[in-house]
Design a protein around this ligand. Structure first.
Ligand SMILES: [Fe+2]
Ligand SMILES: [Fe+2]
Length: 252
């Protein structure tokens, strides 16, 4: 297996894979970026496929697990380029529906994407869809950091794909790992979350919603995954984080 790949869950029928491709031509490629794939039988969901620069590598990597024509959904947690900029390439090479917040649909044409009939718009309160014997739940994560933002919970693997929530600012070479000591990991989380997340009230609302789910792994779009006791360690830290508007005097 490639060093850019890590299997998060595999029971023979259902699999979750994490990829960590980044744009190596960028001199300042200091930020690790993760992409994810859920495969169940012959059906798949691709999560936050990212920028155009990594499309070829990611397409080849995904093809080793599933034929791209069997990708049913491509979920975009929010509108950022590191999440969504390759939407047109994926539209041309798959038959997938694109699942995203209704807030960002009108912006997708700026990435060259105009096939609006292929978009499944998520309402603010999220949605739950059947996927094989199980379900996928789009959990509201608004203003954490994007105004229209969702995490995705896979009920079979119990992995929560959390988008930018839980993102660590680590070098791209460091990506694809798991947190081994949460206290030591905080320094890689703190600056990003304080500045990008909107307020502790929103952090708390997300944590409240997430604790109603049975989560075994939190898999963010940047940096390391949280497993077992580190899931709770992260949730405890995040729900009382002063960030964004809580730190108004640092901004104005
Ligand atoms: Fe983002
Ligand atoms: Fe991001």
């Amino acid at each position: 297996m490639d060093e850019n790949e890590r299997v998060l869950y595999d029971d023979g029928l259902h699999k979750c894979v994490m990829f960590s491709f980044d744009d190596e031509e960028q001199e300042d490629s200091f930020l690790s970026v993760n992409q994810f794939l859920i495969v169940q039988n012959e059906s798949a969901v691709l999560i936050d496929p990212g920028s155009e620069a990594i499309f070829d590598e990611l397409y080849d990597a995904v093809s080793r697990y599933v034929s791209p024509k069997n990708i049913k959904f491509i979920f975009l947690s929010h509108q950022d380029p590191d999440v969504s900029a390759s939407i047109t390439q994926w539209a041309l090479t798959t038959k997938a529906k694109f699942v995203m917040s209704s807030l960002w649909i009108r912006f997708m044409s700026h990435y060259g994407f105009t096939e609006l009939s292929r978009i499944m718009a998520l309402p603010d309160r999220g949605a739950k869809i059947k996927f094989g014997q199980e379900f996928l739940e789009f959990v509201p994560a608004h203003l954490l950091h994007s105004p229209g933002n969702f995490s995705l919970y896979d009920s079979k693997s119990k992995v929560l794909f959390s988008g930018d929530i839980g993102a660590a600012i680590v070098k791209s070479k460091e990506s694809g790992k798991k947190v081994s000591n949460f206290k030591e990991h905080i320094e890689y989380l703190e600056g990003f979350h304080k500045r990008y997340m909107a307020s502790y009230k929103l952090c708390r609302a997300w944590v409240k919603r997430v604790t109603q789910l049975d989560v075994k792994i939190i898999a963010p779009q940047h940096g390391f995954i949280f497993e077992n006791e580190d899931v709770n360690a992260f949730l405890n830290w995040f729900e009382s984080l002063a960030c964004g508007s809580d730190l108004l005097e640092e901004l104005y």
